[in-house]
Ligand binder design. Sequence first.
Ligand SMILES: Cc1cc2nc3c(=O)[nH]c(=O)nc-3n(C[C@H](O)[C@H](O)[C@H](O)COP(=O)(O)O)c2cc1C
Length: 191
Amino acid sequence: MDIMELLATRRTYRRFAQKPVPADVIADMIEAVRLSSCGANRQAVRLVIAAKPEDVARIQPLVKWAAYLPPEQGTPKSEELPTLFVAVVQDTTIPGDLDTDTGIALANLTLAAWAKGVGSCIMGAIDRPRLTQLLGLSDTEKLHTMVALGYPTHDARVVPLTVATGVKYYLDDNRDYCVPKRSAEEIARYL
Ligand SMILES: Cc1cc2nc3c(=O)[nH]c(=O)nc-3n(C[C@H](O)[C@H](O)[C@H](O)COP(=O)(O)O)c2cc1C
């Protein structure tokens, strides 16, 4: 897939096949984060991989899906749940703009997964205290986001952002995600 096609199709996915994410895809995601650009090359981002089905099951109730949709539309059912979670963690003993570094790492991680057909949902609406405990994070590690991953069972596409759509994603008649994005003219201008 060419890079622009990869970027266009790497959307957020929220329903998955019950099929494990293979080790080579997990290795690619780790490598994508390892290679990420970061301020002063300080490399403060850490990952905790939850791949065992029993760990994935313990994490599921601690994340919240699709705030713009009613739960019956946006929350995956038991046969649609992600099969892998990756916790994205910051080592706060390392100085710098860790949120920018983490954003770059998240983009690289989700693109590396999607390049092998594994879809993802970056999740910020999470129960941080309980996840911090479950993941065994130390006092100096800060949980930034969880990433839910798996092989998607739905499509997701970008649609024009209009007055009618606003920024809220919605499902079409096929239950595929439609994600309104602003036009190129709106987001960029030449000096
Ligand atoms: C920092 C961040 C936090 C997010 N948190 C959640 C979340 O808690 N639950 C969820 O279902 N989606 C979450 N998302 C996914 C966004 O809703 C999604 O990226 C956005 O609607 C745009 O869709 P797209 O990724 O297909 O472009 C999050 C995305 C980002 C980048």
